[in-house]
Write a protein that binds this ligand. Sequence first.
Ligand code: GUN
Ligand code: ZN
Length: 432
Amino acid sequence: MSVKLLRGRVLSFKSRPQARDDHGSYLFVEDGALLVENGRIAACGAYDEIRLRSPSGIEVIDHRPLILMAGFIDPHIHFPQMQVTASYAANLLEWLNTYTFVEEQKFADADHAARFARLFFDELLRQGTTTAAAYCSVHKGSADAYFAEAARRNLLMVGGKVMMDRNAPDALTDTAQSSYDDTRALIEAWHGKGRNHVAITPRFAITSSPAQLEAAGTLVREHPDLLIQTHLSENNAEIAYTLELYPEAKDYTDVYARYGLLTRKMLLGHAIHLSDREMDAIADAGSVAVHCPTSNLFLGSGLFDLKRIREHGVRTAIATDIGGGSSYSMLRTLDEAYKIQQLRNHRLPPIENFWQATRGNAEALGLVDRIGTLEPGTDADIIALDTSATPAMRIRMETVQTLEEELFVLQTLGDDRSVSQVYVAGEAVRPV
Ligand code: GUN
Ligand code: ZN
C-alpha cells in the first residue's frame, strides 16, 4: 500500500463562492495536511490531527509555505494545436483555414500523434493541469494516441475524435457514418480504461452536415453518460455562416438542440454572442458555457458575458482553448478572465476564479466525485503552488495580508513558475 502525508497550506472549495467574502465556500488550513493512500485522498485537515491518525513512519513531504490545491482542470483544449498556438490571423475563420486545418492533417501519422501526445501531457502537467477535455483531430488514431499516453501516465483525461465532414480540406474530413463508427470504436476501446473518458465531439455546425449531427445525436442517445463537446457562437461571421447552413434553426443554439445534442453533458466552447432565448435554452438543458478568455482576446472573438449568463442560470466553466488560446496556464487564463469582466464592469473575485478552475470545472464535467477538490475519497490529483515564485511576486507578497490578496497575486503574476509540484493519483510528477 502506498501512503504519504503532504503538508502545506491546504485550500479546497466546497461550493461556488457567492461573494468575495464567502468564507464558508472553501476550506483553508494554514498548517494543513493531506493523507494520500493508494492514489486517493484519505484525509484532509489540520496537520497535527492528520499526523496523529497516520501510520507511524509515514513519509511526510513538507510543501510549506506552498498552497496545496486540487489540480487545475482545462475543459476545452485542442490536442493537435500545439504548433498552431501563436499563429497570426485576423479572425477565427481565417485562423482555422490558414493554420489549424493544415496542422491537424499531420495527425494522420501515428508517430506524429504519439510524439505530440507525450509533449501535450508534459506541458499540461508542467502547468499544473491534471485533467483536460480535449479535441483530438479527425483521425481516430490521434485519439488512440491521446488515450494511450493518458493511460500510461494514469491521468484522468477526457477526449474525442473530432467529427467533421464538410467545409474543410478533404484530408481532414470524415463522413457521418465513419465518424459514428470511429467514435463507437473509441468508446469501446478507451472509455473507462484507466481513468479515460471519451467525449462525443462534433467540431461545430459549420464542419458537420445535418447527417453528421444526426449521427452525433444517435451517439448521445446510445451513450447518455458521455460528455459532448462543440463550439458555439464564438465569432459573428461564424454565426452568420452557420445560420445560412441551417436556415430552419431559430438560432445557433437551436442547431444543436434540434439534433438532441443540447443536454446536461454538453460543453459549449465560447458561447459569447447569445440571445436571451439561447441562454434560457442552454440553462434549461443544463449544458455548460465554457469561457476561453485568452482565445477570445487573441482571435478578437468577443467578451464573454459572465454576469448575464449566470443570471440566466447557465452552468459555466473556464478553459485555455489552446491553440486559439495563447497560454497553457490556467493562472494566465484566470487573469484574462478577470480582465474581460473588468471591461464588462463586472467584478470577478479571485476565490470565484480559483473555484471555477478546480471544483467548478469538475462540476461542469460531472466529475466532482473524483477530481477538483481535496475531499477524502477523491483522486489525489494535487498541485503545490508557490505565490512567491518570481522576484516580482516575492516583492509584492511582502505586503500581502489575506488569502484573497494572495490568490489575486497568484492569478495576476503567476504562471508555470508557480507550479512547484504536481501529484497524479498520489504520485509526484517531479523529483521530490
Ligand atoms: N471552432 C471550430 N474549430 C475551432 C478550433 O479549433 N478553435 C476555436 N477556437 N474555434 C473553433
Ligand atoms: Zn476550441
